[in-house]
Design a protein around this ligand. Structure first.
Ligand SMILES: NC(=O)c1ccc[n+]([C@@H]2O[C@H](COP(=O)([O-])OP(=O)(O)OC[C@H]3O[C@@H](n4cnc5c(N)ncnc54)[C@H](OP(=O)(O)O)[C@@H]3O)[C@@H](O)[C@H]2O)c1
Length: 248
């Protein structure tokens, strides 16, 4: 009996995820447009694993970086081209202050409270989008995850049958809504969906696109390579309004 209930809950969760298989953006629209020049970028989630890589690599690429952090002391990097702004994505005022003068936003927002019903990812991203629209900042590069939307099933059997339905159902539901908020916006966006993240070094060579991932084996990629691929999207329209996966 218990097994049947569990199986039914699991099937229902999977069905919901499948129902939102496609983020209804306009993939490809505007790809032939000139790529705007980006110099000043705002990094959300700058104190996290991917975020710290984004900050270091963006400085290395010559961008003027504003790191948005709840606790600036966690950042541990100083650079003449790095400005740190204290804020919270749930606090619109702090986002508006940080948005002034930016050319683009790169977000690696995340958390580990997987069973929280707070919907920080979707609510926070809706605030980011609103602040961008008010300030006329057009380009948003946002990290979500393989296994969402059109990539359901591509995170390997273990994630598809166990981790997502039993450990991450609320987190993935929030992430699904986060992707929808972005796709519904009028921004120039790229949703980057990495495989399982590692703390490994940057290899520089990644596989990307709408068909990467694996139904059986969980694909992996380092936070360093994910950050590199995200920054590449600032200067490219290849995946404009699209949701590429990225894996090793
Ligand atoms: N782990 C995986 O295998 C995996 C696979 C695919 C995709 N992803 C996704 O990739 C993304 C990045 O993962 P990660 O492990 O690099 O991230 P992470 O280390 O968990 O960092 C998340 C960042 O978001 C910030 N943040 C959380 N709530 C915030 C708020 N209310 N206002 C402002 N900032 C806030 C955190 O700030 P604090 O430092 O203040 O907490 C931190 O800087 C996440 O969305 C994650 O779910 C993970």
């Amino acid at each position: 009996m218990t097994l049947i209930v569990v199986a039914l809950i699991y099937a229902a969760i999977l069905a919901i995820l499948m129902a939102v298989r496609r983020v209804s953006g306009q993939a490809g629209v505007g790809r032939d447009r000139a790529v705007p020049s980006v110099r000043r970028i705002l990094i959300i989630g700058a104190t996290g694993g991917t975020g710290q890589q984004l900050v270091a690599q963006a400085l290395g690429r010559g961008y003027d970086v504003t790191a948005f952090a709840r606790d600036p002391a966690k950042l541990g990097t100083t650079d003449p081209r790095l400005k740190v702004m204290k804020g919270d994505v749930l606090d619109v005022e702090s986002l508006s202050r940080a948005m002034k003068g930016q050319d683009a936003v790169v977000s690696a927002l995340g958390h580990r409270r997987f069973y929280s019903t707070g919907q920080v990812l979707s609510r926070g991203t809706a605030n980011i989008i609103r602040a961008m629209e008010v300030d006329g900042v057009r380009r948003l590069i946002c990290e979500t995850s393989l296994g969402l939307g059109s990539s359901v099933g591509r995170m390997g059997l273990y994630y598809t049958l166990f981790v997502v339905p039993f450990i991450l159902p609320l987190y993935f539901w929030d992430k699904t809504k986060q992707e929808q908020r972005i796709a519904e916006s009028n921004l120039d966006w790229v949703i980057v969906r990495p495989g399982r993240l590692t703390g490994g070094a940057r290899r520089g060579e990644v596989r990307h696109g709408n068909r990467v991932g694996n139904i059986l084996i969980t694909p992996r990629i380092s936070r360093a390579d994910t950050a590199g691929f995200m920054l590449d999207q600032l200067g490219s329209n290849q995946y404009l309004n699209d949701t590429p996966g990225v894996v090793w």
